[in-house]
Design a protein around this ligand. Structure first.
Ligand code: GLN
Length: 260
């Protein structure tokens, strides 16, 4: 009986959230607290922000999410899904937050809200060590691998015609690692991916591939939250601010980034 009452209460709360937001369904902070779990979705193919170590998903975003869960007094539940499904996981209420090295951009702001930024990043270019590609201008006419649905994909696909540099053909992969394998096999000419994952991918194969010095974009990572869930955005911002002020965020970042 008790369980049924709890489920009914959840359904009511979800319904109310849906009508309040107009379209997206989300759990309020008290729904999350009552359930005892913060649902975080990510794509664990993005070292050092989220990746698998043994069977476990670890990384900078996981530690930040742990802190958010702790501040709410609940457990963190991490779900690993495809990067291009993350926004719909928020919209359908399957996730309360998305922490995935996700760049806060205007296109995504149409569908989700973002926390304050917590990390500066850019799109980097990976090429073979002996490649003739020395900078972004040399990507013209070349075949470039990107991760499906990312800002690197948007930049190279250049649908809005705003990218400073153009590429020949874009190949889309679910994982950055798959793009790098094709690069090393000579099937594509370059990979465009976020700078820190690029460094990690190259560190595993330093004799075969390298990261070019010039970055293509300037971006900021933020935690994505269902549109309209202002209360949760404020909670997350408070945790991020505290982690920034105490130096804890820097400590976490250097644990994963400098620990080479
Ligand atoms: N920062 C990029 C984006 O938001 C890539 C993120 C990722 O692949 N996890 O699109």
């Amino acid at each position: 009986m008790k369980k049924i009452a709890k489920i009914a209460a959840f359904a009511m709360a979800a319904l109310m959230a849906v009508s309040a937001a107009g379209c997206s369904s989300y759990r309020s902070v008290s729904d999350i607290q009552n359930s005892g779990k913060l649902l975080m979705s990510t794509n664990a193919e993005f070292e050092p922000f989220e990746y698998k170590d043994g069977g476990e998903v670890v990384g900078i975003d996981i530690e930040i999410s742990q802190k958010i869960a702790e501040s709410l007094g609940v457990e963190l539940e991490v779900t690993d899904i495809a990067f291009d499904s993350l926004i719909s996981a928020l919209q359908s209420g399957k996730a309360d937050i998305v922490a995935a090295g996700m760049t806060a951009d205007d296109e995504r702001r149409k569908s989700v809200d973002f926390s304050d930024p917590y990390f500066n990043a850019s799109q980097a270019i990976i090429v073979a060590v002996d490649s003739e590609i020395a900078g972004p201008e040399d990507l013209a006419g070349k075949t470039v691998g990107v991760q499906l649905g990312t800002t690197g994909d948007q930049y190279c696909t250049n649908e809005d015609g705003e990218s400073e540099y153009t590429v020949g053909e874009v190949r889309r992969y679910n994982k950055g690692m798959e793009a790098v394998s094709d690069l090393m096999a000579g099937r594509i000419d370059a990979v465009v991916i976020d700078n820190f994952p690029a460094e990690k991918l190259v560190a595993n194969n330093p004799d075969a591939i390298k990261v070019l010095d010039t970055a293509l974009t300037e971006e900021e990572y933020a935690i994505a939250i269902s549109k309209g869930n202002t209360e949760l955005v404020e909670k997350v911002n408070a945790v991020l601010a505290e982690m920034q002020e105490s130096g804890e965020l820097d400590e976490i970042v250097s644990k994963y980034i400098d620990a080479e």
